[in-house]
Design a protein around this ligand. Structure first.
Ligand SMILES: C[N+](C)(C)CCCC[C@H](N)C(=O)O
Ligand SMILES: O=C(O)CCC(=O)C(=O)O
Length: 436
């Protein structure tokens, strides 16, 4: 028997028995013959052959199917959230029969509810029918080097007006370049912090940190960090000391005023970029044992400069993180010589020394001519890059150099990239299944 609260919740939701009216939010008409069979403790979906995929069946638990009802009584049509409590549905609920119709599969249940599963949702069940839209998005480009920097110049350049135009393709192109190559430039941006912030907010909400939100800085040590000085900064990723390092970082150099009496030439402050995925892949290729060490040895990171700040992540983290094991694609690089903590002695004498040897090798790859891309940021051009992949730095400089920009969370960026490049309904479906 259901508990009093559950049964009263059920009773109050008379829709279980009310005839269901639905207008599926995305009507994907039937594009393939599918057979659905209700069996004793499961429901079998029989997918016809497609491309190289032979005919195949997928058996699902009845309760799973019920919990994934997409009718407008079970899914809030305004928020697309589940609109019922999964656990108000009796665990012994039974599917009685199913019908395939123009708009999807309808299943009648022992409590008279009729669940609805639109075709695009059903297709998401089968890998062979899944490879469309964002599911088929290109994976990240292989690492680029200084030698290939010019090969993809067109892909990384966008224009401010086009990116800001809601009906333009600029945002799609910019976010695709950042997803695929790790960075993009937005040209002809008005040379103001306001226009820069407006641009970045269009990608995703600016992330607040102990540096504030949108940052606009000069070398005055306003924050206790060497970025707020004029010294050279080696190639690094930012916020290695956060449990989740910032996903994107952006820089827009607004001005660079020479010191009094100095000519405006040769002030320094050139920018450095290096594809961390390229460097890490080089290490994996040339020194797999060093790659393994930088993936396995977890180290502390910290931000301690400001009086009221002593930040460290929830755990120690390695320099290189991969998806699904040592041979998997590289997921994230944490590389910051200034903000790294103490390589843990608990790892053992040999491991500590191997860590330094491995890090030295990666450092030499990063600092190699083939990895380093130097260029001069100009007022009007905003650089936006993937801080989980791209290392950045700068040359020392003289004079008053003003830089602005912001951090943006990874998930907010990925959302913008998907929605700018793919059909929203497909993206929502993709996200629900989290297909890789
Ligand atoms: C970008 N902004 C000037 C706000 C901060 C710079 C912070 C630099 C810090 N060492 C880190 O690597 O995270
Ligand atoms: O000033 C620059 O060009 C870069 C500063 C920097 O590396 C940072 O803020 O993390």
């Amino acid at each position: 028997m259901l508990g009093r609260t559950a049964s009263s919740r059920l009773a109050s939701r008379s829709f279980w028995c009310r005839p269901r009216i639905y207008r599926p939010n995305v009507l994907h008409t039937r594009t393939f013959q599918l057979d659905v069979r209700v069996e004793k403790n499961k429901v079998r979906f029989l997918f016809p052959p497609k491309d190289s995929h032979p005919e195949h069946s997928i058996d699902v638990s009845q309760f799973w199917l019920r919990d994934n009802c997409r009718c407008q009584l079970c899914v809030n049509k305004d928020t697309l959230q589940k609109d019922f409590d999964t656990f108000d549905v009796p665990g012994n609920i039974k599917a009685e029969h199913s019908q395939t119709q123009q708009d999807g599969v309808h299943v009648t249940w022992s409590d008279q509810h009729v669940s609805f599963h639109p075709w695009n949702w059903v297709k998401s069940m089968a890998p062979s029918y899944r490879q469309e839209g964002v599911n088929a998005a290109p994976s990240k480009a292989a690492g680029w080097s200084a030698n290939s920097w010019d090969e993809w110049a067109e892909a990384r350049e966008t224009d401010y007006k086009d990116v800001m135009d809601k009906n333009g393709t600029g945002m799609a192109k910019l976010t695709a370049a950042i997803h695929h190559y790790g960075l993009g430039f937005v040209k002809n941006t008005p040379v103001s912090p306001e226009a820069t912030e407006e641009l970045l907010e269009r990608i995703g909400p600016v992330r607040n940190t102990h540096y504030g939100g949108f940052y606009d800085f000069v070398p005055d040590l306003a924050k206790a960090d060497t970025a707020y000085t004029n010294i050279a900064l080696g190639a690094h990723t930012d916020t290695t000391y956060f449990t989740e390092p910032t996903g994107l970082q952006a820089f827009h150099m607004l001005s660079h005023i020479p010191p009094p009496g100095e000519p405006s030439g040769a002030l320094g402050g050139e920018s450095l970029l290096c594809d961390g995925f390229y460097a890490a892949e080089k290490l994996r290729e040339k020194h797999p044992e060093y790659f393994k060490t930088l993936c396995e040895v977890k180290i502390p990171w910290h931000a301690s400069g400001n009086e009221d700040v002593a930040i460290a992540p929830d755990a120690t983290y390695p320099v290189i993180e991969t998806e699904s094991g040592l041979d998997g694609p590289i997921r994230r690089i944490r590389w910051n010589n200034s903000d790294r903590g103490v390589v843990p002695l608990e790892a053992g004498f040999d491991v500590v020394d191997r860590w330094y040897a491995a890090a030295r090798e990666l450092d030499s790859i990063i600092k190699s001519k083939e990895s380093e891309c130097w260029f001069q940021l100009q007022p009007g051009t905003v650089l936006v890059f993937d801080n989980w992949r791209i290392l950045h730095g700068r040359a020392e400089f003289k004079g008053l150099r003003r830089m602005c920009g912001a951090y943006i969370n990874r998930d907010d960026f990925v959302s913008r990239w998907k929605l700018s490049n793919y059909d929203r309904a497909d993206v929502i479906l993709h996200n629900m299944w989290q297909h890789r």
